[in-house]
Design a protein around this ligand. Structure first.
Ligand code: UTP
Length: 224
């Protein structure tokens, strides 16, 4: 089972070590029954680097490399917390992550190559491992038809098909907003029949349920 955890969940910049400690405890417990790979996002530190790199004239490729660097650093931070349960060196590819994954080791990684986000990496790892689901630990509690903070009539989805998620993400991109799941990740999930569970990553009970395959309050995106 693969988790994509957003940088904004892992290190929002406030009480980060408290949350990471509790997250690591939960991962330790769940890892007794489920084989886990965790892909860490970059969050606002990555954004700071890419914005600064852009101001300095960096190419998209160079900015992506800066972002990847921070995602890998975040992965290292979580790996430090997990100690012997994870390995200190961070896999550089989805294939490497899949090869290293065993029932008693939690593999932690960040981004791989320029051109996509860590959501897509999570889908690539799931493809390599033939995993049936990717859990997306994010900053929203579910997928909505519109921004619920701006539109009180926004519809909240507890279930979606992968095509419905694809359409919503396509609309979001049209409006220039950042997407709830990377479009490349959605494409891979559709091709490989991987379900995507979108949950509030700061709610550790909910994240735990998603990792264990139990009922969730967030959105279950079915690809079958
Ligand atoms: P993130 O996965 O955190 O991107 O990677 P994001 O857009 O902030 O994702 P969400 O919104 O939290 O889901 C940070 C940046 O690192 C680069 C991209 O530039 C990405 O925006 N990156 C990451 C890559 O180029 N390749 C990767 O495999 C991963």
């Amino acid at each position: 089972m693969v988790v994509s955890i957003g940088g904004s969940i892992l290190i929002p910049g406030k009480d980060d070590s408290d949350y990471i400690k509790k997250l690591a405890e939960m991962i330790r417990e769940v890892s007794k029954t489920v084989q886990i790979v965790i892909v860490c996002g970059g969050g606002k530190i990555a954004r700071y680097y890419t914005d600064t790199g852009r101001e300095l004239g960096g190419t998209t490729y160079q900015l992506d490399l800066l972002g990847i660097g921070i995602t890998r650093l975040n992965a290292q931070l979580l790996a430090v917390t997990l100690g012997d349960l994870s390995s200190a060196d961070i896999p550089a590819t989805a294939e490497e992550a899949s090869n290293r994954s065993t029932p008693n080791k939690v593999v932690i990684m960040g981004g791989t190559v320029p051109g996509h986000t860590t959501d897509a990496v999570a889908a690539m790892v799931a493809r390599e491992m033939r995993a049936g689901r990717v859990v997306n630990a994010t900053s929203v509690d579910a997928v909505y038809s519109d921004d619920p903070k701006k539109n009180p009539d926004a519809e909240r989805f507890s279930k979606l098909t992968i095509d419905e998620l694809g359409e919503l993400v396509y609309k979001e991109h049209g409006a220039g907003r950042s997407s709830v799941f990377d479009p490349l990740g959605i494409k891979i999930a559709k091709e490989e029949k991987i379900d995507i569970l979108i949950v509030d990553g700061r709610n550790l009970g909910e994240l735990r349920n998603a990792m264990l395959g139990k009922d969730i309050c967030g959105t279950y995106v079915s690809s079958r």
